[in-house]
Design a protein around this ligand. Structure first.
Ligand code: NAG
Ligand code: NAG
Ligand code: NAG
Ligand code: NAG
Ligand code: NAG
Ligand code: NAG
Ligand code: NAG
Ligand code: NAG
Ligand code: NAG
Length: 412
């Protein structure tokens, strides 16, 4: 057993541990920061690479984890930056994976393998010499705060490279310096059918269906938000909020969790503000205004948040007109309603009730309901349909009656 300990920077300590005397393919990584462990990974892997040799035949070589590996470029990541594991198997082959943090989970993605066929020892007689890179589009979602375990062999085919992984114990974005005791076991381990444990086979072209937004999105939790002016409540809002950002082809859907979201705000005679923020959202402002001294409405929404890839998303619109209701009342919409802020940003609201002005005794006043909830519009339709039905019945009865009299049919 060999122990290799490296210090890469003041707060990042890495341990790469090789178990077993011969090549065991086992890797163990414990990235730490000031709080303790921030990324923990233990796994085994090997690959085969097929390349064209001088005699025009295809040769396949096995690549196992050698004795000496470096981990240059590995990092723990945070809310803004992806976490990465980068492993260099000598100077010929390198392997990397990213972990992208979302709200309650992270995605394992972008497994990348580079190999240098100019290395005559590993790739004897290779015709096409140079550095080749394959990037696996596979995406795995893992919940936060659990250790992901997978003992089964996972096989990914990405011509000309075939990858095998097994014995995986992994937790990225470790929250408080300690690896979780809660486990998530991969599907492959759960269905232990003893036969061919080779499950995953991916081809590079079609993007996987495991992206966060292609699965059905649960509705957001409804949160209560209230703003005080001195001792009195001056703004009340109850709502489930779902953000939909469509800067890319696949929309980024983000449910706001009220339990981990702070709120603040202010009330003035003509304007009121509610500001939400959490670890991912720097601020999300709802700004209300009064119009014609009679009604209030949602005039402005500003958002500044970090996207999954760490880049900032900053949108403002102060020319909106949503949630319009008379002053002294509240506005309510139980059905899902869309607040379209910009071409790339909309907020879906659920079980909305809001009163930004004239709150008395800390309670909502009578609500004005949105037209989506309003069933009264159906009444004229039903009455109308009923009336026209009645007229048709009368006309038919009249016609039948006439035919009966003229044709002299017997009555039943
Ligand atoms: C690579 O790993 C797979 C799966 O564990 C195993 O079947 C295969 O023998 C390994 N190849 C080498 C060369 O060690
Ligand atoms: C990794 O970094 C170390 C120094 O931290 C350096 O000596 C080594 O050459 C690097 N290895 C690779 C493969 O970049
Ligand atoms: C993921 O890792 C690859 C290298 O493996 C890198 O080129 C890419 O930019 C990373 N993706 C993100 C979103 O950082
Ligand atoms: C690839 O390997 C060859 C031979 O070992 C070496 O000369 C060359 O610099 C390597 N290329 C890269 C990009 O590392
Ligand atoms: C922090 O670590 C302790 C000890 O492992 C654990 O019980 C607790 O749930 C952790 N808290 C969070 C928020 O992860
Ligand atoms: C929000 O407030 C309503 C009424 O004021 C209450 O019924 C509900 O339980 C509250 N929800 C939460 C999550 O506090
Ligand atoms: C997100 O917005 C896009 C573009 O406006 C829309 O097509 C999609 O249905 C929306 N998704 C949700 C869940 O609101
Ligand atoms: C992050 O993703 C957004 C779209 O969702 C894109 O516009 C932006 O360029 C990306 N930033 C980085 C650093 O990849
Ligand atoms: C966000 O946008 C607002 C107005 O559009 C601007 O004042 C502010 O500087 C921007 N912030 C960042 C971090 O880009």
């Amino acid at each position: 057993m060999r122990l290799l300990s490296l210090v890469t920077g003041s707060e990042l300590v890495l341990l790469v541990l090789f178990l077993g005397a011969v090549q065991s393919n086992a890797l163990k990584l414990n990235l730490t920061d000031s709080k303790g462990t921030c990324l923990y990974a233990e796994w085994e892997m090997n690959f085969t690479v097929t390349y064209k040799a001088a005699d025009q035949t295809n040769k396949t070589v096995n690549i196992a984890v050698p004795d000496k590996v470096t981990h240059n470029g590995s990092s723990c990541g945070d809310d803004r930056n992806v976490a990465k594991i980068m492993i260099q198997l000598g100077s010929t082959v390198s392997w990397a994976v990213n972990f992208t943090k979302e709200s309650s989970q992270y995605t394992i993605q972008d497994i990348e393998i580079s190999y240098n066929t100019s290395d005559n020892t590993t790739f004897p007689g290779a015709v096409d010499k140079g550095v080749f890179t394959v990037k696996d589009p596979v995406k795995f979602e893992v919940p936060m705060d659990v250790i992901f375990k997978c003992n089964s062999v996972l096989t990914f085919k990405l011509t000309p490279v075939v990858q095998h992984y097994w014995g995986i114990h992994l937790q990225a974005f470790v929250q408080n310096g300690t690896v979780s005791k809660n486990e998530k076991v991969c599907e492959e381990d759960q269905t232990v059918t003893t036969v061919a444990p080779v499950i995953h086979t991916t081809v590079p072209s079609p993007p996987t269906t495991l992206t966060p937004t292609s699965t059905p999105i649960p509705p957001p939790t409804v949160g209560n938000y209230s703003i005080h002016n001195g001792n009195t409540t001056c703004l009340l809002a109850t709502m489930g909020l779902q953000l939909n950002i469509t800067e890319e082809k696949v929309p980024f859907i983000f449910n706001i969790n009220p339990a981990t979201t702070n709120f603040s705000g202010s009330c003035h005679p003509q304007t009121a503000q509610l500001r939400l923020n959490n670890s991912q959202i720097k601020y999300l402002d709802f700004i209300f205004a009064v119009k014609n001294e009679k009604r209030f409405y949602l005039k402005e929404v500003n958002i500044n948040m970090y996207l999954a890839n760490g880049s900032a998303f900053n949108i403002s619109n102060n020319n909106l007109s949503f949630w319009d209701a008379p002053l002294g009342s509240s506005y309510m919409c139980n059905k899902e309603q869309v607040v379209s802020v910009s071409r790339t940003f909309q907020i879906n609201t659920f079980n909305l009730k809001v009163q930004p002005f004239n709150v008395t005794k800390g309670e909502y006043s009578t609500a004005q309901e949105c037209s989506l909830d309003d069933d009264t519009i159906l009444i004229p339709i039903i009455v109308g349909a009923g009336l026209s039905g009645l007229i048709i019945v009368i006309v038919i009865a009249y016609l039948i009656g006439r035919r009966k009299t003229y044709a002299g049919y017997q009555t039943l």
